[in-house]
Design a protein around this ligand. Structure first.
Ligand code: SAM
Length: 363
């Protein structure tokens, strides 16, 4: 079926490409890198298939600020369509309804395509009732494979569609440094070691100027050396408007047992930055209280910071600690100290393990 055009006559939801059977990423069958992926759970894990709970999807949809007459929405890694559905629901009750919504949804897993199509047909009915014209295209293909040629600026670049909105919960998975995906992303000037930042970078490039992105992702891109090239490109092109953090690690995807710290980001493609960014936080419980503060943009991303860290002080107390820390001008490295976060494992502390073993022997 791969490459064959599918069209459901009389319906505005069009499935233009279908994969047969097991999904592949750049020609490599998912699961072949890791034998545990033979189980359904392993396969879900490989595909980063952690679907967004409805209250979070609704919250994300409420964050879009711009009122367009015509919305061209990108939903990359659409799953069963929870994010597109929330977006459409929100637009249908808006005081400034668009005239037309057009959705392009990429989903690699063929087993989700039927449900995705049903969701989008539901969106079409909802739009009809609200007097909004609606169309949707479902692409059962690898978003990275499809998007890289569109954003490449060389001779091999192809026609680039212009989206003015994107809503996304991208798959999260490390990309090996020697993998085809890494090389493909590099060919589009994207240097990153994780699928989720690869998705965000491509989406950013596919957005028109002033286009808006709302994404729920791990928080890891906000600091650390691995994500620095991504951060530099993303923060130069995008203007952060709102960042929402969850108080507990497991809050956003509790059902899936994910202990990943997540963030929701709302950003506009524009080089000019606002004076302030809203930083909000919640427990992640349905109907939980949301607290928010407005932080100066330079407090969140300092123009003098060569690392381009994103600082997420969601409370005034956190902001005060940040200001205090900022007064210390000596780095830990200059003090001869290094810090490791996460579990201490003995093979990473070889010297100390040797000392420990010697001490135990002496006793
Ligand atoms: C974290 S889930 C989010 C699904 C949905 N957007 C939601 O929020 O419920 C990511 C989705 O991306 C899909 N996916 C993974 N790799 C992909 C790729 N390379 N191209 C397109 N979709 C992909 C997965 O199958 C999964 O459905």
């Amino acid at each position: 079926m791969a490459g064959q055009g599918w069209y459901y006559a009389g319906q505005l939801v069009t499935i233009t490409r279908m994969h047969a059977g097991v999904p592949t990423l750049n020609g490599q069958t998912l699961g072949s890198e890791n034998s545990t992926a033979s189980s359904a759970a392993g396969r879900r894990h490989e595909l980063g298939q952690f679907l967004t709970p409805t209250p979070i999807a609704n919250f994300m949809a409420s964050l879009f600020e711009t009122h367009w007459r015509r919305v061209d929405l990108l939903d990359a890694g659409a799953g069963a369509g929870a994010l597109s559905a929330a977006f459409v629901r929100r637009q249908c009750i808006s005081r400034h309804k668009p005239r037309r919504i057009s959705i392009t949804a990429y989903e690699l897993d063929a087993t989700l395509i039927g449900t995705l199509q049903e969701t989008l047909n539901g969106c079409r009915r909802e739009c009809e009732r609200a007097g909004i014209q609606f169309s949707a295209t479902v692409l059962n293909e690898d978003f990275i494979n499809a998007a890289v040629p569109m954003v490449r600026s060389d001779l091999f670049g192809s026609h680039q569609p212009r989206f003015n909105a994107a809503i996304v919960n991208p798959p999260y998975r490390k990309i090996r440094s020697d993998s085809a995906t890494r090389l493909l992303l590099r060919s589009a000037d994207i240097e990153t070691g994780n699928l989720y930042t690869g998705f965000m970078a491509l989406i950013m490039k596919l957005l028109a100027n002033d286009g808006e992105m709302v994404a729920i992702t791990p928080r890891s891109f906000c600091n650390g050396p691995y994500f620095k090239p991504f951060r530099m490109d993303f923060l130069a092109a995008m203007s952060l408007r709102r960042l929402h953090v969850f108080e507990s690690r497991s809050a956003a995807f509790r059902k899936d047992n994910i202990l990943q710290e997540n963030i929701i980001i709302q950003a506009v493609k524009s080089p000019s930055k606002p004076e302030r960014v809203i930083i909000s936080s919640s427990s992640g419980e349905t109907n939980g209280v949301i607290t928010e503060r407005k932080a100066a943009y330079h407090e969140v991303v300092s123009p003098n910071d060569p690392e381009w860290f994103v600082h997420l002080a969601s409370e005034d107390g956190g902001a005060r600690v940040r200001a205090m820390m900022h007064r210390h001008s000596t780095s830990l490295a200059e003090l001869g100290l290094s810090v490791s976060t996460g579990r201490v494992v003995d093979f990473r502390a070889g010297n100390f393990s040797a000392v420990n073993r010697a001490m135990i022997r002496r006793r």
